[in-house]
Design a protein around this ligand. Sequence first.
Ligand code: FES
Ligand SMILES: [Fe+2]
Length: 381
Amino acid sequence: MKRSNTATEFARRALSHLNAGTTDQAPDVMVLPVSTYLDKDRFEREFETIFFRHPQALLLSIEIPNPGDFVARTVMTKPILAVRGKDGKARVFLNVCRHRGAKLCQDGKGNQPRFVCPYHSWSYDSAGKLVGMNGRNKFGDADPSELGLTELPSAEAAGVIWTILTPGETLDIDAWLDGMRGELEKLELDGWHIVDQRPLPGPGWKVTMDGYLEAYHHDSVHANTLSKHTIGNLLVHEVYGHHQLLTMGRRNLDELNRKPESEWEAETYIRQIHCVFPNFQLSGIRGGHCLVSQILPGTTPEDSVTIQTILASKKPETPEEIADSEAFSRMALVAVGEEDYPIGFGIQKGLRSGANDHFLIGRNEPGIQHYHRTVAELAGA
Ligand code: FES
Ligand SMILES: [Fe+2]
């Protein structure tokens, strides 16, 4: 397993690129066939293997901090119910009654000790156990101990609840996260506060993901938002198994040339994006705030939904803190919803035009190269 790096090491590498006018590069330009984004069979294979057979981030732990807290959400066609039990353990279930399959709980969030099916009122506790069968004396033979909610494999690590969307799969979270676990733990996500959360419709999942994996477009697309804070087309690229850490320089990076390393507060000169394969991105754009993006493929190669969650390092309380969090949230919405995704929708439309039969992924876009290689490897393409 690869060790995690210090902020100073990342800042040193970013500064040396700034001074030399360089960036981390892949060995070669990659040729990527346009069918990668469009082929229906391939899409279905990837949906089935990558998203249904491998771990993905489902929720932040702080979304269900207390016993009885739950989130019900439809994730890529699957109705999911995540609940924190009385024992403090977070569990993930299919949100489907074991009697005749009614949806147990409407999508949303809340806190309750029991879940009562709206159809015939069977009830389940926060550990998924069937604890009540309405009219049991008339029902006949049925063993409640075998009729708990169907649980999905899950694990809680680094402030995130991870799951595999198929019952019976084995989830080894240490093996899956590799050295990325150490990088995620440094973020101390358990101590953050949720400011906002919203769904954003996007183009196909791969077109959408590509936009999160390079800094090449920042100066042109985000001139009035992200680019004010970070340097475009300068990337320090680290790979941890399937996952990646992208480090960019903040606009003040050059100041480090005039300070001895012992005086650096390195994290205030860099910005990092943690890209956890296949669809979970954590992006610190300005100090004290973080944008979490979960990109969920739709049911076709042409559409996706991103759950965008805005975090503040502490609960905003003063008018200034509240205004600051709102400004960050607005910037994230504008940068992604009004700057990135319109470009993505345009790409998605142009894919079928016949203009390109392949794309060239530059040496300065190593994150996209690694991502598509990983997709092909895990989907057996
Ligand atoms: S389907 Fe839930 S109690 Fe009948
Ligand atoms: Fe972007």
